[in-house]
Design a protein around this ligand. Structure first.
Ligand code: ZN
Length: 309
């Protein structure tokens, strides 16, 4: 295995459709900062020239934020009201996503749930026909309010259920609590979600490579790097590395090697002793699955890993 460190960077080309359209369910308790995170994802997609479709099921809380979101999101922004997307509106969510696919062909999908929704239940919609045909990796990001965790407010019930089904936990509003308490807060969340990578943020500013990792064929953008230098303290620093894996490795060895990297995200295609595998990793969880057919040759044997600097 060889690794080539790259400076942190973002793709400036559309997501490789060969690996499907990545989808993110953004959940979190009331006041956690979900909408701020979604706005950040919208801005990031705009900067990269990517089409982001947002389906929002958040209601009652947002006021002006919602108007801004709608403006920024344009035709790819849909609100679902009259119920919860994790239970009552699952068919509506399915139909909305399929119609977004047919009309705007998004590069990325974000579903913002209400404060009471359960992310895992919402994710299940992505595994249903017909959208499972074009959706790639789907993950639940749960935003937690550092102040709420520090105060020990409402940490049981819905909050715990949400965090425990998170693929990634964003500890938001870390500027509102003493820095020395952050380790303790992360420990509380880690008890609820032992395998989920945890990232700290202020105002929902997360490195989008962590939630939407680039595929190996996407070239790093130097422009983005320049921008991030102007605001180095808004989010934790990550770097992307391209990793080459020698062919015919066994799946067990592959998983072991990749886990030893301690990456937050890993994505790519490897030629294993059991054939081509699509590798998708979130924290210690490394999933191997059968890749789509007709893969471009240049993507085979290459992985991108996103790690803490
Ligand atoms: Zn629900």
């Amino acid at each position: 295995m060889t690794t080539e460190p790259n400076p942190i960077s973002s793709p400036n080309e559309p997501t490789n459709p060969v690996l499907g359209v990545p989808a993110l369910v953004v959940s979190g308790f009331l006041g956690a900062g979900k909408t701020t995170l979604v706005k950040h994802l919208i801005t990031d997609a705009q900067q990269q020239g990517l089409k982001l479709a947002v389906v929002s099921n958040e209601f009652g809380e947002l006021g002006i934020d919602k108007a801004l979101l709608q403006e920024a999101g344009g035709p790819g922004y849909v609100e679902l009201e009259g119920g919860c997307v994790c239970c009552q509106l699952t068919n509506e969510l399915l139909e909305t996503l399929q119609s977004l696919w047919e009309t705007i062909r998004p590069d990325r999908i974000v579903v913002e749930t209400s404060g009471v929704a359960l992310p895992f239940e919402t994710l299940m919609t992505f595994w249903r026909e017909p959208i499972t045909e074009w959706v790639g990796e789907s993950l639940a990001v749960v935003v937690a309010n550092a102040e709420q965790v520090a105060d020990g407010r409402d940490l049981e019930g819905t909050f715990e259920q949400q965090v425990s089904s998170a693929d990634i936990v964003v500890l938001n509003k870390v500027d509102l609590v003493p820095e020395e308490s952050l380790g303790k807060l992360e420990h509380i969340l880690q008890d609820m979600a032992p395998d989920a990578p945890m990232i700290r943020s202020i105002k929902g500013q997360v490195d989008t490579n962590v939630v939407f990792p680039p595929t190996p064929t996407q070239t790093p953008s130097s422009k983005r790097k320049g921008q991030s230098e102007h605001r180095p303290h808004t989010h934790e620093a990550f770097e992307s590395e391209e990793i080459s894996i020698l062919p015919k490795i066994t799946p067990e060895e592959l998983i072991q090697q990749l886990q030893s990297l301690q990456a937050l995200r890993i994505k790519g295609i490897v030629n294993t002793s059991e054939g081509l595998k699509l590798v998708q990793g979130v924290g210690p969880r490394i999933d191997l699955s059968v890749p789509p057919s007709n893969l471009p040759q240049e993507i085979i044997g290459r992985l991108v890993a996103i790690r803490r600097k």
